[in-house]
Design a protein around this ligand. Structure first.
Ligand code: ADP
Length: 534
């Protein structure tokens, strides 16, 4: 089969044309001008916002890029809706989620209030059908609504580990293709983690090995680190897990592309500081420019004014600095950069609070000084915006160096990572095409002993990096993030359930708010693939 070799720029251009550009816009610059012009409150802000976007140092989440200045104006990616136990409440939530999906957002739900299957419901002798049957209805509804004709909605369904239907819930995505529009996660508390039901853990781990689901969330960790405990307990997150939110809260995200802060082999902390400040102003403005899909969402969001500033292009940055992902140096760089983003973002939020006032619910929060936003930081997956910026996604290690990517549902492109390609050129290595061919067919260059060892270490890909190193990296970021970190712990193809159980405990002890796994090659419908290892 012949595949078309595509550059990052071509992929970004295709994606922009298919989903982001408005009629009359010809490319990335037009989009940046529209978005900055809409979000900026004065000329100075408009110019600053345009500059950080045009230089690809910062991008807000997709709904802001798609909808700002378009007349639609729903700008947030993340929502959580409460789910009651009555038919009226369940279908009210379904209606609200449809409205959110139409506007471009993703929804998270904890379905634990729904009574178990087989329990009394309706007329005497009537039997309840349980949370999993209702999740199927939410899934079908999501499949019908295409957001502005551009992409399908995303959901996460959560169930508490002590709900009587937990086993059918954990197995609900066992067959590939079921609940296509849902991620699922089990909400575990500390008492379960201290004395777990081994049977349940085995089933969770078995399903993770099979196809990467369910994820696991740690309720007590989330709530211990909740910045506004006065507003109640958090029991749900948005679809990719980076935003623990109260019922009806929404959050808008933005990501700094760390790769763009390296110049001549040095990381430019001075530029990063400045960009963090600009990005916080941008995201805080989004809250006021936003058109909320529901009154309850507007009220809940304006009470806490949460924003989620994070990073993308982290692995690209490490490669440019010559630091392998699985190394103490990478953990040190991650901690240094993220703690700076946290402190600068809080500093800026404080300055904005002096001018415009603190978030209204600050009385119920842990903040001891006025800040404009209850949270300022989160690490999003950046699935689409990293493609637009042409960098590695979020804080993930590279999936591959030469791989096939299914793009916009139908096309398949062959991609060679540009930093890898450049390194092969600059190293004057012979047989560039032979090395690329090995990187594709084996999924890695580790076996090429003719290549220098430090070169092979620098270009290790996600499934060659041990699960402990994945979790260590997530934990370092989590230490400096108010909300949470979206990260997939990649497991090598031959991992077993014991590895998963060990990893769950390791992550919980490290203070993570949740974990998501993927065992390499476990899904046939994977978006990115390398060869079959032959
Ligand atoms: P992007 O790169 O498009 O800005 P991310 O991959 O960073 O988005 O995802 C951030 C959040 O956006 C997710 O956690 C989820 O809440 C929401 N989201 C992602 N994809 C979709 C989708 N197809 N439909 C609705 N919401 C989505």
């Amino acid at each position: 089969m012949v595949f078309i070799l595509r550059s990052y720029d071509e992929i970004s251009g295709d994606l922009l044309r298919a989903r982001y550009l408005l009629p009359g816009e010809s490319g990335y610059c037009d989009m940046c001008r529209r978005v900055a012009g809409y979000i900026g409150a004065c000329d100075e802000e408009k110019n600053e916002f345009e500059e950080i976007m045009l230089s690809k140092k910062f991008l807000p989440n997709s709904p802001t890029l798609m909808n700002a200045g378009s007349g639609k104006g729903q700008l947030s990616a993340c929502f959580v809706l409460p789910v009651g136990d009555s038919i009226r409440e369940i279908f009210e939530t379904l209606k609200n989620s449809a409205i959110i999906h139409k506007s471009g957002g993703g929804t998270g739900f904890n379905f634990s209030s729904i009574r178990p299957s087989g329990s009394q419901a309706g007329f005497p002798g009537g039997k309840a059908s349980g949370p999993v049957s209702f999740i199927k209805i939410f899934d079908s509804a999501t499949g019908v609504i295409k957001q502005g004709g551009r992409r399908r909605g995303a959901n996460i369904g959560i169930l508490d580990v002590d709900h009587p239907d937990i086993i059918p819930f954990i197995n609900s995505k066992r067959a590939e293709g079921r609940l296509r529009n849902f991620n699922i996660s089990v909400m575990a508390d500390d008492s379960f983690m201290r004395s777990p039901d081994d049977g349940i853990l085995e089933i969770i781990a078995g399903n993770i090995i099979r196809n990467g689901e369910p994820g696991i969330l740690f309720r007590d960790t989330v709530n211990r680190k909740n910045k506004v405990p006065g507003l109640g307990v958090i029991d749900a997150v948005n679809p990719c897990g980076e935003e623990p939110l109260l019922p009806f809260e929404s959050c808008n995200l933005g990501s700094l592309n760390l790769s763009e802060f390296v110049s001549s082999g040095e990381f430019r902390y001075d530029l990063l500081k400045k960009s963090v400040r600009t990005a916080v102003c941008f995201l805080d403005n989004v809250i006021d420019k936003n058109r909320y899909p529901l009154k309850e969402i507007e009220d809940a969001t304006l009470k806490t004014r949460k924003i989620g500033l994070g990073v993308m292009g982290f692995h690209d940055m490490l490669i440019k600095l010559g630091i392998p992902y699985e190394s103490p140096g990478a953990l040190q760089a991650a901690g240094g950069i993220m703690s700076l983003i946290e402190s600068e973002s809080v500093g800026e939020s404080r300055i904005i609070a002096e001018e415009k006032g603190a978030f209204p619910a600050i009385g119920g929060s842990i903040w001891e000084f006025p800040v404009r936003n209850a949270t300022t930081t989160a690490i999003a997956p950046t699935g689409s915006i990293s493609l637009i910026a042409g960098c590695s996604s979020g804080i993930e290690p590279l999936f591959g160096l030469a791989y096939l990517r299914r793009h916009l549902a139908s096309r398949e492109y062959f991609i060679v990572h540009p930093l890898f390609s450049k390194a092969l050129d600059s190293g004057f290595l012979k047989d560039k095409s032979g090395i690329i061919s090995e990187a594709y067919s084996k999924g890695s260059i580790s076996g090429l002993e003719s290549l220098p060892e430090d070169f092979r270490a620098l270009f290790k890909v996600a499934d060659e990096i041990g699960w402990k190193a994945h979790i260590d990296m997530q934990a370092v970021f989590q230490d400096h993030v108010h909300a949470a970190v979206s990260k997939t712990v990649m497991l090598p193809e031959h991992s077993g359930t014991d590895d998963v159980i060990d990893a769950i405990y390791y992550g919980w002890r490290k203070g993570l708010k949740g974990l998501t796994f993927y065992r390499n090659k476990s899904r046939r419908d994977a978006v990115m693939t390398t060869g079959d290892g032959c």
